[in-house]
Design a protein around this ligand. Sequence first.
Ligand code: NAI
Ligand code: MG
Length: 349
Amino acid sequence: MRRVAVIPGDGIGPEVIHAARRVLDAVSAGHGIELSYVEFDWSCRRYLEQGAMMPADGLDTLRRFDAILLGAVGWPDVADHVSLWGLLIPIRRAFRQYVNLRPIRVFDGVDSPLRDAGPVDLVVVRENVEGEYSEAGGRLNRGFPDELAIQEAIFTRAGVSRIVDYAFELAGTRRGYLTSATKSNGIVHTLPFWDEIVAERAAAFPAVRWDSEHIDALAAKFVLTPQRFDVVVASNLFGDILSDLAAAVAGSIGIAPSANLDPTRTHPSMFEPVHGSAPDIAGRGIANPVGAVWSAALMLDHLGHPAAAAALVAAIEHTLATPSTRTPDLGGTASTTEVTDALIAALEG
Ligand code: NAI
Ligand code: MG
């Protein structure tokens, strides 16, 4: 029996998590998987009522679980850095979830905004606990004309090596091709260091072909020739931007999943759709549940159930290929519930 902490969050978070739970129940029954769930109301709603996104002992509570399934947090009345630094970033850091894994595919039936996107199937491996997202720095002379802000990027040998190793290993299980995102022409300390470590670690993975691209050129190639990429490894900031770009190339942010992994399995990993709480469509029953369901598939894979994970992805493929079971973000008219019912029918069919 594996224990899953569920944090539905705000906006469409609860809507897509409800859908993911229904689909998880169906696939678990079919594959003899036993999962138990405990739901937490940690959210901007809680922040507005009680002054904190989660209780003071929230991380200790989560520590006892095998995985965390999260919807989305964020609400217009609460500054976005409060919801991010009050919940998501503490979880990623306390549980050493140093890999942010974001698979991207162009599915049959989903129109990419690109004319000839072709068979895109890539994974962005984003460094998730250091890099440009650091607390090192500060602000001086607030309110004066000489006011200034300094933000330090932190790149460690241990931190870069482990994310690069993870990406090389993953590429070895896929098409055997790794691209490293860099900008060592302009950023003269951290990214040359990153490049050196990538080249060093490559020696341990002779079966994987690899190259290195500057982030600006890479952004252009993601739009012009997304088919050519397999696994792309990037620092925290570059990976964040590239994965949203790639998700847009794949047709809708509503289908993109992500996993925040502690590959050592010392701590629980966290699985969440890439999209946010979508206040503009919250409460209307039209949120696309696919991003949350695909995230649940990544969770099943991580918990040791690859066959069930593959069955979920096959159900997603089938459902997206059918025009009547697409939500409005994909040009369809189906509701969240109708897509969820179709996913369950595809699993059982
Ligand atoms: P968003 O992803 O919530 O929405 C962007 C656009 O995509 C909106 O038009 C929305 O309707 C649409 N969209 C997103 N998910 C969809 C789905 N499943 N089905 C159909 N359409 C979908 O990003 P936005 O508007 O920048 O942020 C809204 C709030 O969410 C903010 O408070 C932000 O901080 C938060 N956020 C939270 C994240 C998280 O919890 N990991 C990630 C990104 C944003
Ligand atoms: Mg982002």
